[in-house]
Design a binder for this molecule. Structure first.
Ligand code: TMP
Ligand code: ASP
Length: 254
Protein backbone atom coordinates (compact mmCIF):
# COMPACT_ATOMS: atom_id res chain seq x y z
CA UNK A 1 0.00 0.00 0.00
CA UNK A 2 2.81 2.40 0.82
CA UNK A 3 4.16 2.47 -2.74
CA UNK A 4 1.03 4.23 -3.97
CA UNK A 5 0.01 7.80 -3.44
CA UNK A 6 -2.94 8.13 -1.10
CA UNK A 7 -5.56 10.50 -2.46
CA UNK A 8 -8.12 10.48 0.33
CA UNK A 9 -8.92 8.62 3.53
CA UNK A 10 -12.54 8.33 4.59
CA UNK A 11 -14.11 6.58 7.57
CA UNK A 12 -14.45 3.17 5.91
CA UNK A 13 -12.31 3.41 2.77
CA UNK A 14 -9.04 4.77 1.41
CA UNK A 15 -8.54 5.97 -2.15
CA UNK A 16 -5.16 5.56 -3.85
CA UNK A 17 -3.89 6.73 -7.18
CA UNK A 18 -4.78 4.13 -9.81
CA UNK A 19 -2.53 2.38 -12.33
CA UNK A 20 -3.72 4.56 -15.23
CA UNK A 21 -4.79 8.19 -15.40
CA UNK A 22 -8.45 8.61 -14.56
CA UNK A 23 -8.53 5.57 -12.27
CA UNK A 24 -8.32 5.12 -8.50
CA UNK A 25 -7.94 2.13 -6.21
CA UNK A 26 -10.62 1.92 -3.54
CA UNK A 27 -9.43 0.07 -0.40
CA UNK A 28 -12.06 -1.22 2.06
CA UNK A 29 -11.13 -0.97 5.76
CA UNK A 30 -12.61 -2.92 8.67
CA UNK A 31 -13.23 0.37 10.51
CA UNK A 32 -16.81 1.25 11.35
CA UNK A 33 -18.16 4.56 12.57
CA UNK A 34 -21.62 5.76 13.44
CA UNK A 35 -23.30 9.00 14.46
CA UNK A 36 -20.76 11.05 12.52
CA UNK A 37 -17.69 9.41 13.99
CA UNK A 38 -18.84 9.61 17.63
CA UNK A 39 -18.95 5.82 17.82
CA UNK A 40 -15.94 3.95 16.45
CA UNK A 41 -15.11 0.29 16.14
CA UNK A 42 -13.73 -2.48 14.01
CA UNK A 43 -15.74 -5.22 12.35
CA UNK A 44 -13.24 -7.94 11.49
CA UNK A 45 -13.58 -8.97 7.85
CA UNK A 46 -16.01 -6.15 6.97
CA UNK A 47 -13.71 -4.65 4.33
CA UNK A 48 -13.38 -7.97 2.52
CA UNK A 49 -17.13 -8.59 2.60
CA UNK A 50 -18.09 -5.05 1.52
CA UNK A 51 -15.57 -5.20 -1.35
CA UNK A 52 -17.27 -8.38 -2.59
CA UNK A 53 -20.83 -7.29 -1.95
CA UNK A 54 -20.31 -3.90 -3.60
CA UNK A 55 -18.51 -5.51 -6.55
CA UNK A 56 -21.42 -7.88 -7.07
CA UNK A 57 -24.16 -5.27 -6.77
CA UNK A 58 -22.36 -2.68 -8.92
CA UNK A 59 -21.74 -5.31 -11.63
CA UNK A 60 -25.39 -6.31 -11.63
CA UNK A 61 -26.43 -2.65 -11.81
CA UNK A 62 -23.98 -2.01 -14.67
CA UNK A 63 -25.51 -4.95 -16.54
CA UNK A 64 -28.98 -3.47 -16.29
CA UNK A 65 -27.84 -0.07 -17.51
CA UNK A 66 -27.05 1.89 -14.36
CA UNK A 67 -23.62 3.43 -15.02
CA UNK A 68 -21.22 3.05 -12.08
CA UNK A 69 -17.61 3.92 -11.24
CA UNK A 70 -16.75 0.22 -10.70
CA UNK A 71 -14.16 -1.25 -13.10
CA UNK A 72 -13.01 -4.50 -11.48
CA UNK A 73 -12.05 -6.04 -8.17
CA UNK A 74 -8.28 -6.24 -7.71
CA UNK A 75 -7.95 -8.35 -4.57
CA UNK A 76 -9.61 -9.10 -1.22
CA UNK A 77 -9.84 -5.47 -0.12
CA UNK A 78 -9.37 -3.39 -3.26
CA UNK A 79 -11.23 -2.50 -6.41
CA UNK A 80 -10.31 -0.39 -9.40
CA UNK A 81 -12.71 2.50 -9.98
CA UNK A 82 -13.05 5.47 -12.33
CA UNK A 83 -11.99 8.80 -10.90
CA UNK A 84 -15.00 11.09 -10.53
CA UNK A 85 -15.78 14.53 -9.24
CA UNK A 86 -17.99 13.56 -6.34
CA UNK A 87 -21.25 15.49 -6.01
CA UNK A 88 -21.45 16.48 -2.32
CA UNK A 89 -24.97 15.08 -1.89
CA UNK A 90 -26.03 11.82 -0.24
CA UNK A 91 -29.11 10.40 -1.94
CA UNK A 92 -31.19 8.30 0.45
CA UNK A 93 -34.01 6.12 -0.90
CA UNK A 94 -36.53 4.68 1.58
CA UNK A 95 -39.21 2.00 1.29
CA UNK A 96 -39.93 1.45 4.97
CA UNK A 97 -39.85 3.92 7.89
CA UNK A 98 -36.66 3.47 9.91
CA UNK A 99 -33.73 5.41 11.33
CA UNK A 100 -33.81 9.18 11.07
CA UNK A 101 -37.12 9.25 9.14
CA UNK A 102 -38.92 7.25 11.83
CA UNK A 103 -37.41 9.50 14.48
CA UNK A 104 -38.05 12.82 12.73
CA UNK A 105 -41.70 12.13 11.92
CA UNK A 106 -42.56 9.91 14.86
CA UNK A 107 -43.29 6.88 12.67
CA UNK A 108 -43.15 3.35 13.97
CA UNK A 109 -40.04 1.66 12.63
CA UNK A 110 -41.06 -0.96 10.10
CA UNK A 111 -44.07 0.90 8.70
CA UNK A 112 -44.27 0.43 4.92
CA UNK A 113 -44.23 3.79 3.14
CA UNK A 114 -47.12 4.42 0.70
CA UNK A 115 -44.44 5.00 -1.94
CA UNK A 116 -40.66 5.16 -2.10
CA UNK A 117 -39.13 8.43 -0.91
CA UNK A 118 -35.93 10.09 -2.13
CA UNK A 119 -34.12 12.46 0.25
CA UNK A 120 -30.98 14.56 -0.14
CA UNK A 121 -28.35 15.26 2.49
CA UNK A 122 -25.40 17.65 2.16
CA UNK A 123 -22.13 15.78 2.67
CA UNK A 124 -20.44 17.66 5.50
CA UNK A 125 -19.03 16.03 8.61
CA UNK A 126 -18.77 19.42 10.35
CA UNK A 127 -22.49 20.02 9.83
CA UNK A 128 -23.46 16.39 10.47
CA UNK A 129 -24.80 15.81 6.93
CA UNK A 130 -27.90 18.03 7.13
CA UNK A 131 -30.97 17.17 5.09
CA UNK A 132 -31.40 19.63 2.20
CA UNK A 133 -33.96 20.32 -0.51
CA UNK A 134 -33.48 20.71 -4.26
CA UNK A 135 -33.66 24.46 -3.66
CA UNK A 136 -30.59 24.36 -1.42
CA UNK A 137 -28.71 22.10 -3.84
CA UNK A 138 -29.21 24.41 -6.82
CA UNK A 139 -28.91 27.65 -4.82
CA UNK A 140 -25.46 26.70 -3.53
CA UNK A 141 -24.37 25.13 -6.81
CA UNK A 142 -23.80 21.60 -5.47
CA UNK A 143 -25.64 20.14 -8.47
CA UNK A 144 -27.75 21.41 -11.36
CA UNK A 145 -31.50 20.72 -11.70
CA UNK A 146 -30.69 18.21 -14.47
CA UNK A 147 -28.17 16.44 -12.25
CA UNK A 148 -30.73 16.27 -9.43
CA UNK A 149 -33.29 14.74 -11.82
CA UNK A 150 -30.67 12.23 -12.99
CA UNK A 151 -29.66 11.25 -9.44
CA UNK A 152 -33.31 10.83 -8.46
CA UNK A 153 -34.12 8.72 -11.51
CA UNK A 154 -31.03 6.55 -11.00
CA UNK A 155 -31.81 6.22 -7.28
CA UNK A 156 -35.30 4.91 -8.05
CA UNK A 157 -33.98 2.50 -10.69
CA UNK A 158 -31.39 1.20 -8.25
CA UNK A 159 -34.17 0.83 -5.68
CA UNK A 160 -36.43 -1.17 -8.03
CA UNK A 161 -33.61 -3.45 -9.06
CA UNK A 162 -32.08 -4.01 -5.63
CA UNK A 163 -35.46 -4.43 -3.91
CA UNK A 164 -36.21 -7.32 -6.27
CA UNK A 165 -32.76 -8.80 -6.00
CA UNK A 166 -32.84 -8.79 -2.18
CA UNK A 167 -36.44 -10.01 -2.06
CA UNK A 168 -35.27 -13.06 -4.00
CA UNK A 169 -32.88 -13.95 -1.17
CA UNK A 170 -35.32 -13.29 1.65
CA UNK A 171 -34.21 -9.76 2.50
CA UNK A 172 -36.25 -6.55 2.72
CA UNK A 173 -34.44 -3.47 1.37
CA UNK A 174 -35.63 -0.90 3.92
CA UNK A 175 -33.50 2.05 2.78
CA UNK A 176 -30.06 2.91 1.44
CA UNK A 177 -27.70 5.77 0.65
CA UNK A 178 -26.07 6.43 -2.71
CA UNK A 179 -23.41 8.84 -3.89
CA UNK A 180 -22.83 10.05 -7.43
CA UNK A 181 -20.03 11.74 -9.33
CA UNK A 182 -19.28 13.44 -12.63
CA UNK A 183 -17.18 11.57 -15.18
CA UNK A 184 -15.76 13.27 -18.25
CA UNK A 185 -14.96 11.34 -21.38
CA UNK A 186 -13.87 13.41 -24.36
CA UNK A 187 -16.17 16.43 -24.14
CA UNK A 188 -19.04 14.59 -22.51
CA UNK A 189 -20.02 14.51 -18.86
CA UNK A 190 -21.95 11.61 -17.38
CA UNK A 191 -23.26 11.02 -13.88
CA UNK A 192 -22.04 7.69 -12.49
CA UNK A 193 -22.98 5.84 -9.33
CA UNK A 194 -20.02 6.05 -6.93
CA UNK A 195 -18.91 4.94 -3.45
CA UNK A 196 -20.16 1.48 -2.41
CA UNK A 197 -23.37 -0.45 -1.90
CA UNK A 198 -23.06 -2.69 1.14
CA UNK A 199 -24.61 -3.35 4.56
CA UNK A 200 -22.70 -0.21 5.68
CA UNK A 201 -25.08 2.02 3.73
CA UNK A 202 -28.23 -0.08 3.35
CA UNK A 203 -30.81 -1.26 5.87
CA UNK A 204 -31.46 -4.94 5.19
CA UNK A 205 -34.00 -6.90 7.23
CA UNK A 206 -34.64 -10.61 7.09
CA UNK A 207 -38.02 -11.05 5.42
CA UNK A 208 -39.22 -13.72 7.86
CA UNK A 209 -37.88 -12.49 11.20
CA UNK A 210 -37.21 -8.75 10.56
CA UNK A 211 -33.76 -9.34 12.00
CA UNK A 212 -31.35 -6.57 11.04
CA UNK A 213 -28.53 -7.62 8.70
CA UNK A 214 -26.70 -4.29 8.35
CA UNK A 215 -24.74 -1.58 10.17
CA UNK A 216 -27.63 -0.93 12.57
CA UNK A 217 -26.28 -3.98 14.44
CA UNK A 218 -23.14 -1.92 15.11
CA UNK A 219 -24.94 1.42 15.64
CA UNK A 220 -27.33 -0.15 18.16
CA UNK A 221 -24.94 -2.66 19.80
CA UNK A 222 -26.98 -5.66 18.69
CA UNK A 223 -23.96 -7.97 18.35
CA UNK A 224 -23.04 -10.47 15.59
CA UNK A 225 -22.23 -7.66 13.18
CA UNK A 226 -19.67 -9.51 11.04
CA UNK A 227 -21.94 -12.57 11.02
CA UNK A 228 -24.80 -10.50 9.61
CA UNK A 229 -22.64 -9.07 6.79
CA UNK A 230 -21.42 -12.59 6.08
CA UNK A 231 -24.97 -13.89 5.86
CA UNK A 232 -25.82 -11.20 3.29
CA UNK A 233 -22.79 -12.30 1.22
CA UNK A 234 -23.74 -15.95 1.65
CA UNK A 235 -27.29 -15.37 0.42
CA UNK A 236 -25.96 -13.41 -2.54
CA UNK A 237 -23.83 -16.48 -3.30
CA UNK A 238 -20.54 -14.60 -3.05
CA UNK A 239 -18.99 -15.65 0.24
CA UNK A 240 -15.23 -15.87 -0.47
CA UNK A 241 -14.20 -19.33 -1.64
CA UNK A 242 -13.36 -21.59 1.28
CA UNK A 243 -15.90 -19.82 3.48
CA UNK A 244 -15.29 -17.22 6.16
CA UNK A 245 -11.81 -18.60 6.89
CA UNK A 246 -10.71 -16.90 3.69
CA UNK A 247 -11.47 -13.54 5.25
CA UNK A 248 -8.33 -13.64 7.33
CA UNK A 249 -6.18 -14.37 4.28
CA UNK A 250 -3.57 -12.03 2.87
CA UNK A 251 -4.79 -8.68 1.60
CA UNK A 252 -3.31 -9.14 -1.87
CA UNK A 253 -4.26 -12.16 -3.98
CA UNK A 254 -2.73 -11.26 -7.33
P1 TMP B 1 -30.85 7.39 8.29
O1 TMP B 1 -32.15 6.74 8.59
O2 TMP B 1 -29.89 7.40 9.45
O3 TMP B 1 -31.01 8.77 7.70
O4 TMP B 1 -30.13 6.50 7.17
C1 TMP B 1 -30.74 6.22 5.94
C2 TMP B 1 -29.87 5.25 5.16
O5 TMP B 1 -28.65 5.85 4.78
C3 TMP B 1 -29.49 3.99 5.93
O6 TMP B 1 -29.57 2.89 5.04
C4 TMP B 1 -28.08 4.21 6.35
C5 TMP B 1 -27.53 5.14 5.30
N1 TMP B 1 -26.59 6.10 5.84
C6 TMP B 1 -25.29 6.12 5.36
O7 TMP B 1 -24.92 5.32 4.51
N2 TMP B 1 -24.44 7.06 5.87
C7 TMP B 1 -24.78 7.97 6.79
O8 TMP B 1 -23.97 8.79 7.20
C8 TMP B 1 -26.13 7.94 7.28
C9 TMP B 1 -26.60 8.91 8.32
C10 TMP B 1 -27.00 7.00 6.76
N1 ASP C 1 -21.40 7.86 8.15
C1 ASP C 1 -21.82 7.88 9.56
C2 ASP C 1 -20.62 8.13 10.46
O1 ASP C 1 -19.55 7.98 10.29
C3 ASP C 1 -22.27 6.59 10.02
C4 ASP C 1 -23.62 6.06 9.82
O2 ASP C 1 -23.78 5.41 8.82
O3 ASP C 1 -24.47 6.17 10.72
O4 ASP C 1 -20.60 8.34 11.55
Amino acid sequence: MSRRRQIYEGKAKILFEGPEPGTLVQYFKDDATAFNNKKKGTIVGKGVLNNRISEYLMMRLNEMGVPTHFVRRLNMREQLIKELEIIPIEVVVRNVAAGSLAQRLGLKEGTNLPRSIVEFYYKSDELNDPMVSEEHITCFGWATPQEIDEMMALGLRVNDFLSGLFLGIGIRLVDFKLEFGRHWQNEEMRILLADEISPDNCRLWDLQTNEKMDKDRFRRDLGNVAEAYQEVARRLGILPEGGPRDLKGPAVMQ
